[in-house]
Design a protein. Sequence first.
Length: 363
Amino acid sequence: MYVMVTTSTTTTTTMTFSRALPLLLASVSLVSAQLVPLVDKRFSYPDGIPYQVDTDDLVRGRQTGYNRCNSTTEGQSSLCQTSFINSIDDFCLWAPIEPNSIVGNVEGEMVAWCTKKGHGARQIPAEALQGVQFMKTPDYVQVVGFVDQSKINLQADDTGGEMDPHGADLRGNPLGGLLYSNAYGTDNKTFTQVIEWHNFIGSGFFCLKACDPAGPNAAHFCEHVYDRIGCQYNAPNAAQNGTFESCKGENQDFPGVYVQNGVTQTYRQPPESLGPIATIPYTARIPASSDCAPFQSADIYVTATTSSAATSAATTSGTGTRTGTTSPTQTGNNQAGNGASSLTGSMTMVWGVLFVGLFGYTL
Ligand SMILES: *[C@@H]1O[C@H](CO)[C@@H](O)[C@H](O)[C@H]1NC(C)=O
Ligand SMILES: *[C@@H]1O[C@H](CO)[C@@H](O)[C@H](O)[C@H]1NC(C)=O
Ligand SMILES: *[C@@H]1O[C@H](CO)[C@@H](O)[C@H](O)[C@H]1NC(C)=O
């Protein structure tokens, strides 16, 4: 969730909680000069990682899970919030602790669900992944795909939203979430902390991009301000349902940046207060891929041995008061995939144009 942090110092004496919250968040980032933004924190893997990387107790409460993950935390009740993106057969997605959740309600508390054991996290059931494309480009690694999201604790029709290491209060979504990759080390046993990343999930589709921390444009390729326009605009790709492949590729354009009549333009996502996004003036370019190696799902994913419907481990860790910036009746403003199948009734008209623009994949 992206909220513009203003520098307003308005007093808030008689405001209701919901109206005061943005101001509260703003003052958090103003007043607490001591709050270190998540993107400014560095931890070497594995020994430099503390139990929790976020020890603040501010508007959104405490970090829900932990970052020190090992064989004792592994399993379907893990609250591990240290994630990985290494290869088509070894990556994690942020997903809820409790079954039947909605991204907008729990984005601050997501935990790592991984394709492989060994990360001290939960496991994505093999049958949840319906088509996956992994891609390495000069500036990032990315995994996108089709997912039965009900198997990783999301409501089947949730249109979803974005997780990234920013957030209005700079503590990340999820709070304290870390991401590592072996794509940027000298060998595949070296895991580098990924500073800029984004992960959209919803409407049966996901995309996770991890930008090379040594790259000059990591913050641009892994932009976090386009949380309402999904994978098609943040991670344009040609992934196909039912296909599993690992590719090399060209870089995408920076999210939001496009060329029209020879002029480079930057799209500005309108605030949610203006209602649904009716039109987007461009279609994001899908970059070329090459050297795609095909895989069979059964060869790269294994089914978790325990139920994927497992719930919270009820271990320690703060309760994490609700993610204040998000409407509890989230209605698809933070689209991850296409969202088409999840919208009904009178909303269909409103969202009609949106469907065209928000496909997170090519058919
Ligand atoms: C394993 O992880 C848990 C949870 O973070 C932690 O409490 C425990 O100390 C860790 N064990 C080892 C041996 O590091
Ligand atoms: C590193 O690469 C080797 C050879 O391809 C592979 O067997 C091994 O599983 C990889 N290790 C990791 C951590 O990805
Ligand atoms: C992908 O394919 C599966 C299996 O056919 C199907 O159930 C699912 O709805 C498809 N996903 C999307 C987003 O079309």
